[in-house]
Design a protein around this ligand. Sequence first.
Ligand SMILES: [Zn+2]
Ligand SMILES: [Zn+2]
Length: 199
Amino acid sequence: MYDALTGRYTFACPHREEAHVTLSAFRRLERLPGAAHPAVYGVRFDCGCGDEHPGLVSHQELDWAPLGAGAGSFLNLMTSRHDDAGAELTSTAAARLQGGEWPWSFYCYPEGRARPVFPSSFVAVAPGSRSFGLAVRCPACAALSVNLVSQAHLDLPFWNDAAVGVVDHVFADDALDAVESFRAELHSARFDERRLHLN
Ligand SMILES: [Zn+2]
Ligand SMILES: [Zn+2]
């Protein structure tokens, strides 16, 4: 479940019953075979309890819930009436999409260009000292690219870093299977700075 007002997903935690985490707490994302409609993603996330847990999230929740779909109603203190936050947020998001803004983006290394993307194309996230390593499967060319991004770039829809670090090679499909090997890759990699404009 996603709460659009706090920007957090709710998963089960074996120690605290519930965990509320943002996208940047995800470590691995993988579309599960079968269940094509709706697609379901298996994730692993860093929990506030200190452990990493598995969770399940639907395609709709992953890509569209952060834009406000299904936020539910809230008490509007100006009018003392219950208003539909989902409708409000979604019309704002729709206007921004129509204006050419994109909620998430990344720099595709083999194509040499910025691309719009949704969280369902994220493959792995690794926290660093000042930024996050983000591995993305390009929706256009299917290659795996790794960017260095801010936490806001991950967690806030329509927040796109002006420039990101880009690892200067293409990753093999199995390079990121373990979180540790992804971190090791990030540690040894060279980054080029690339601007993230989508035109
Ligand atoms: Zn936990
Ligand atoms: Zn690409």
